[in-house]
Structures are given as structure tokens and as C-alpha cells.
Design a protein around this ligand. Structure first.
Ligand SMILES: Cc1cc2nc3c(=O)[nH]c(=O)nc-3n(C[C@H](O)[C@H](O)[C@H](O)COP(=O)(O)O)c2cc1C
Length: 222
């Protein structure tokens, strides 16, 4: 049987902090599954691309790019690969209550070609159902995050992903993250820094373990 294809999409600019660590744990879990896997890790901030440019090549009657992103840049091929994957884990820190602009731009390009507007035909034309996960670290505590309404702000991203790829995304939040390794170097004293350090020691390894189990489970279920 062909190896299962897993894509790990890092929507954080940092390659060695919370988002990246959660994604690595997810990838490790995928490798631990009983299946043969091929894992591709991508850092979106290394690539030159924008969100949807409204070229509408993906909607052109008899167009050669109908149903696929026709705009050529660093992600054109990657979008096709991701749409043919078995499992995709997207990671993004919260920036101003939402996912990062980079991941949002990537998702616009990923979703839109697969939504068609032909009367009498199915609206979704993605090539296959794909299991997805979103790993989302943030500065806020869980209570503050719920109070701040992030669930409602994030729900369109999750709903569009489910609509296009056919499975409800798995979501793992990671709260009250350590933003800096050395807090002494930065102004950050409105935060409970000692509390954050304690949480990082106690809770973050549990978060990583959870991401690892998720990666394993999602590959096994795919
Ligand atoms: C531009 C910017 C905006 C941010 N906005 C929020 C926010 O609205 N809510 C929040 O909880 N954390 C916010 N954060 C904190 C990050 O989500 C948090 O530090 C996260 O752990 C960063 O991810 P990383 O460790 O993978 O780099 C923001 C950070 C930056 C740089």
C-alpha cells in the first residue's frame, strides 16, 4: 500500500517556538503510527506568496486551470499536493485574535479553487476528503480566550476547511504560551511571567504529548 501523505504547515514565522514544537510533535506521532508515512514539513514564512489575487483562472469557462489555483508563485504546486494529502496539520499562533495572515492567505488559495458556481453541479470539487488539524498556541489563558470570543472568530476558518475537505478539523489550542525564552530582555510585565514559566514546565509537555497522540490517531484513522 502507498505511504500515507502527511503535510505539516507552519504558519508561524518562528521555526523553534510553540507552533513549531506542536507541529513537530504531531509529525512524530504520525511517524509512530502503524502506517507507512511520508511527512512533508513546510514553513510558510520561507515562501513567497500572497493570498488570493482574484485572477479567477480557477473559475474560467474551459480554462486550463479550472478548479485549481492558476496564480504562479511558491505555493502553486504545494496547494495541489496538500489537496491530495491524507492528513494535514496547520499550525498558527493567534495574532490579534485570529490565525496569522500567512496561513490565512494560504487557506484562501487552497479553498477557493475548489468552490464552484455551476448551476446543477456540486459546489465542492476538491479531489478528495482530507483530514485536517489546527494547532493554535496563544498568549491568553483559556478563560480569557473564551471570554474574548476567539471561538467565533476562528469558526469560519474551521467551517470552510470542513466544507472543502469533508471532515471536521481537529483543533488543539495551547494556552498561556511562553512568548520569550528570556523575559528579562523584553517589556512584558503586564503578563504573569512566573505563572507562564511554571505552565511551560508543567503544561507544555502535556500539550506536546496531546499533539503527538493526535498525529498518530489521525494517520491511523486516515
Ligand atoms: C503580532 C502578534 C499578535 C498577537 N496577538 C495575540 C492575540 O491577539 N492573542 C493572544 O493570545 N496572543 C497573541 N499573540 C501572542 C502569540 O500568539 C503567542 O506568543 C504565540 O505563542 C506565538 O507563537 P510561536 O511561539 O509559535 O511563535 C500575538 C503575537 C504577535 C507577535
Amino acid at each position: 500500500m502507498a505511504a500515507k501523505r502527511v503535510y505539516i504547515i507552519n504558519g508561524s514565522p518562528r521555526k523553534d517556538y510553540n507552533t513549531a514544537a506542536l507541529l513537530h510533535a504531531f509529525a512524530e506521532g504520525a511517524h509512530e503510527s502503524n502506517s507507512e508515512v511520508e511527512v512533508t514539513e513546510v514553513n510558510l514564512y520561507d515562501l513567497h506568496f500572497t493570498g488570493c489575487r482574484e485572477c479567477y483562472a480557477c473559475k474560467l469557462r474551459d480554462g486550463r486551470n479550472y478548479g485549481q489555483c492558476g496564480f504562479k508563485d511558491d505555493i502553486t504546486e504545494l496547494l495541489q499536493e496538500v489537496a491530495h494529502a491524507d492528513v494535514v496539520a496547520f499550525g498558527s499562533p493567534i495574532y490579534f485574535s485570529e490565525i496569522t495572515a500567512q496561513l490565512r492567505g494560504f487557506l484562501e488559495r487552497l479553498w477557493y479553487p475548489f468552490v464552484q458556481f455551476k448551476r446543477g453541479e456540486t459546489q465542492i470539487i476538491s479531489p478528495k476528503r482530507v483530514r485536517t488539524a489546527f494547532l493554535i498556541p496563544m498568549n491568553l489563558t483559556e478563560m480569557a480566550m473564551r471570554r474574548s470570543g476567539y471561538d467565533a472568530l476562528l469558526s469560519p476558518v474551521l467551517q470552510w476547511t470542513e466544507y472543502v475537505f469533508g471532515y471536521e478539523p481537529q483543533v488543539q489550542f495551547c494556552f498561556d504560551t511562553l512568548q520569550y525564552r528570556d523575559y528579562d530582555r523584553y517589556w512584558a510585565d503586564t503578563w504573569n511571567v512566573e505563572g507562564k514559566k511554571r505552565r511551560h514546565e508543567k503544561q507544555f509537555p502535556i500539550d506536546l504529548q496531546q499533539a503527538r497522540q493526535l498525529g498518530r490517531k489521525m494517520v491511523e484513522e486516515s
